[in-house]
Every structure is written in structure tokens, then in C-alpha cells.
Design a protein around this ligand. Sequence first.
Ligand SMILES: [Zn+2]
Length: 405
Amino acid sequence: MKNKVLIIGIDGGTWDVLNLLFDNGVMPALSDLVKSSTVGVLKSTEPPITPAAWTSFYTGLPADVHGIRGFRILQKNSKGHFEYKLVNNENIGYKSIWSFLSDRGKKICLINLPLSYPPPAVNGIVVSGFPIPSQQVCYTYPKGLKKEILKKIQGFEILTIGRHSWSGNIERFVDKMVISSRTTALLGKYLLQKDSWDLFMLYFQETDLIQHPLWFCLDPTHESFTKERFNIVSKFYNALDEQINMLLQEARNIGNTRIIFLSDHGFQKCRYCINLNTWLYRNGYLQLRKNVQAELLRIFRKGLNRIPLIKRIKNARTLRSHFKDAFVSNVFFEKVLNYKKSLGFFETNGTNIAYFHTLGNIEANSLVFQKLRDLKGLDNKPAVKNISLLEQHNNYYIYKMELYP
Ligand SMILES: [Zn+2]
């Protein structure tokens, strides 16, 4: 009976990419582990996005229950208006696996896990993961551990928000990802040896950071895919495989350890996007306030009038410009929303699941939903798959809308 558990997580570890890398001999250690293990395709959460999926893994609850639906969480301020806040560990309102085990006297070690900042007090140690606001904050539990790891792990720098944004150069970006994942793995090795533990969890975010801008290098069906590009990006996966192997060897040396390797969601080419709040605005269901700062309103109106409602996504560069559009239509809108005159607004997270928050006459929503069901994508097929009531509050409802992927 093995009574220790090592869990290694990678972000966005789709079999489509892993199998291609295995077939090309890029990840021999992971490929061997897969061959000698029980494996399967897991269904991700709805929405299939990092914070929702890891929270489900920590708590055992679906996103509809734990309420973490994206990187931002909507909260009502004292005026009753909505505000977005970056999500973190304090927003997980349910008990996590590490709390259950800590309570039973098990020793825990968590490294880099999404939404583990601020670091929770566990029976063991924590080095927090996304979203860490700066290098200066305390991201470890206990507090003194930060100083120790900065001294022991050469070149270690915690992954802070936006530190590894895409710079436009494939080779340089790949090199950065190699260094980042290597220091995480070295930290893992150090902490595996340092103390006794019952549950050890470590997560690599770099797979997700690399696949977002460089998907066209990994998907042979992508129009911009070339073998040369694939080989450059493979260097990262090859280095990651060495790092995973180092951790697996360490766990095997310790012995008595069950190994779980998992991921949170898949990845695929994005064909087109729909700006749902722009759709509401153009149909008159979302109105802007008149008394907000003129400058903000001007930028916003210009954005909403300029943004194509439906946009084809061709490659990473247009995806970036899409995010700029989405930024205008989704992020700031809560500051300029006319609460009295709008029927509602969409909370979106860049996936195929969006949430409609009602503000006005609830009966009028059926008209909005009927029009949404008629909405066509660029392939001229219906864009909306399903709309269902998710939450019913005193004076407003939240509907969950699923789009065709
Ligand atoms: Zn993810």
C-alpha cells in the first residue's frame, strides 16, 4: 500500500499535443509513464478555464457550485453596482483537499498551484501560484520559506502577473519558458528532499503560457504550422520532460509514492469569436451611462462601434488583437453600464461558456434569448447551443449560455 501521493499538474495538457510530442520522441519520460499507467481523457469543467478547473479539483465541486468562472470574479459594491476583481485563494468559499488532509494530520506541500495566493496555512508548506501581484509580497507559508528558497534555488523568480507575456519572438519565448519551468522543478526537487510529506502537489503553468501564442507551431492542421516551428517549440517540451523525469526519479527514490499526473483543460484552434456585450449594445439591450467621465465613455463608445461583432481568428497575432477588442467590450463595461436602462450584461471568460446577468425586466429576457438563439457564426450555423437559468437572486438572475465551440 502506497501512502504518499505526488501530483504533477500541467496547464492545458491536451492529448492532441502530448501524443504528437510522444510520437516525435520529444517527451520520452512522460511517454514511458503513460505507457505504464492507467490513463484517460478527463472532461474539463464548464467553463473549461484554469481557475474554474483547478478549483474543482481542489474542492470536488463543479464551477456552477463553487462560482469561480474565470480569472476575474464579479462582486457587487456598496452602490449595488458590479465590479470585477482578480480572483485568488480568498474567493474559494469551500474546503480544499489540503485543508481536509491538514485537519487529519497529513503533511502537505503545494508548489505554484493556481489560486493558492495568498498562501493558505496548512500542515506543511506552500509556495503560491497565480495570481501573485509582485515579487515583494509574501507568497510562501510559512513566511520564512521565501527567503530560504530565494537563497537555495539559483535564479528562482516567482511567476507574477504578466511576467511572461508573449514578446513576438518564438526562440526567445521558448528559452524563457525553459528557464521558468526549470526553476520550478528545481524548487520541487529541493522541497521533495527537505521534509517528509504525505501529499506533494506541483504545477507547471508554462505549457499554457506557450500554447496560447504559439498554438500554430503545435497544431499540424493550422495554416501557419511548419515542421521548423514545431521543432523550435519542441525544445521547451523536451526540457519539461527532463524536469518531470527528475521529479519522478526523486519520488521513486523516496519510495512508497503514488504518482498522479493531470491537467485542467484542453486546447484547440479558435475559429472565430463573438463579442456578446457589443451584441447587446447594438441591439439596444445594454445602455451606457451619461455621467461617467467623458474620456472613458468616448473610448468605450468608439470601441463598441469599431469592434466587429463576430471576428475570424486566423493566427496568434489576430488573437491578440481580439483580446484587445474583448478588453474594451468586457472589462471596463461595468464602469460605464447604465443599470437602470440595461436589460443585462454578459460575464465572459474567453471560453464557450458565458453568463448573462439580468438587470431589468425579467420577462423581457426571453426576447433577448430568442434573438441570441438566432445568432449565426461565420460558418452560418447557430452560435448558441443552450441557455439555462443558473442562479436566482432576489432582484436578478444569472443565466448560463453555452456556445458551439
Ligand atoms: Zn489552464
